[in-house]
Design a protein. Structure first.
Length: 226
C-alpha cells in the first residue's frame, strides 16, 4: 500500500495526523485558558466533556491519531537510518538548512510521549476514566471530584516538580511542533522557496502562542499556590 510502503506516503500520513493533533492542541489550549479566568466555567467544560458518548468517541479518535503518528515516526526513523547505513557514523558538516529540531525529531517525540503518559495519569486517569468507572464523588476519587478540572490543575501545579516537568515537556512539544508544522506543509507541496521561510515564521509564532498558553496556565496556578 502506497501510504505504508512509500516514503512519501508515510510523510503524508505524518503530516495529516500532525495537522489533526495541532488542531486538538489549539482547542485544548483555549479550553485551559478558561481556567485562568473562571474555575467554574472551566469545570462546566470538563463536565460537558466528561464520560459522554461524544467525548469518548473523540478520545478514542485522538488516541488513534497519536498512535498512528508515533508509529509512522518509527517507520520513517528506521527507514532513514537504513538508508544512511554506516554513513550516519561519519563526521560530516551539518547543512545550514538542517535545524537542531529536524535532527532530533524522534527524541523530541519520545519526550512528548513520555510527558503525555504523565499528563494522562494526572488528569485523564483521575477525570474521564474515573467517571467511566462510576466514580463521581470527591471522597472516592482522592479528594477531588472527577469533574473538578480546576481542582486538579491547582493540585498538580502546586507541586514544583510537576511544574518543572511540564515546562520541559511543553518545551519539547514546542520544538517538535514548530518543525513539524512547516515541514508538513512542505511535504504537502504547499511551500516553495519563497513561502518556505514565511511558513517557518508562521509556524514559530503559532507554536509559541499555543505552547505559551499552556505554560501560562502552569505558571499562574503555581504562583497562586505560593
Amino acid at each position: 500500500m502506497w501510504l505504508i510502503n512509500s516514503s512519501v506516503g508515510r510523510k503524508v500520513v505524518m503530516s495529516l495526523t500532525g495537522f489533526a493533533l495541532i488542531l486538538f492542541l489549539t482547542f485544548h489550549m483555549a479550553m485551559n485558558l478558561v481556567a485562568i479566568f473562571s474555575a467554574e466555567a472551566y469545570n462546566m467544560i470538563c463536565e460537558f466533556l466528561g464520560a459522554n458518548w461524544y467525548a469518548l468517541v473523540a478520545t478514542v479518535g485522538l488516541a488513534g491519531l497519536v498512535a498512528l503518528h508515533f508509529l509512522y515516526a518509527l517507520l520513517l526513523t528506521f527507514q532513514n537510518r537504513k538508508a544512511r547505513g554506516s554513513e550516519r557514523y561519519a563526521v560530516t558538516n551539518t547543512p545550514k538548512q538542517v535545524t537542531w529540531a529536524s535532527q532530533n525529531m524522534f527524541v523530541l517525540g519520545l519526550i512528548v510521549v513520555l510527558g503525555l503518559g504523565l499528563h494522562l495519569f494526572n488528569f485523564w486517569y483521575k477525570m474521564q476514566l474515573s467517571e467511566i468507572m462510576g466514580i463521581h464523588g470527591a471522597i472516592e476519587n482522592g479528594g477531588i471530584a472527577p469533574t473538578d478540572g480546576a481542582g486538579f490543575i491547582a493540585a498538580t501545579f502546586s507541586n514544583p516538580v510537576y511544574v518543572v516537568l511540564y515546562l520541559i515537556w511543553l518545551g519539547a512539544i514546542w520544538f517538535h511542533l514548530n518543525h513539524g508544522f512547516w515541514s508538513a506543509l512542505q511535504t504537502m507541496g504547499w511551500s516553495n522557496k519563497i513561502w518556505l521561510n514565511r511558513w517557518k515564521v508562521v509556524s514559530a509564532i503559532y507554536t509559541s502562542i499555543v505552547m505559551g498558553g499552556f505554560a501560562l496556565v502552569v505558571i499562574i496556578y503555581f504562583a497562586k499556590s505560593l
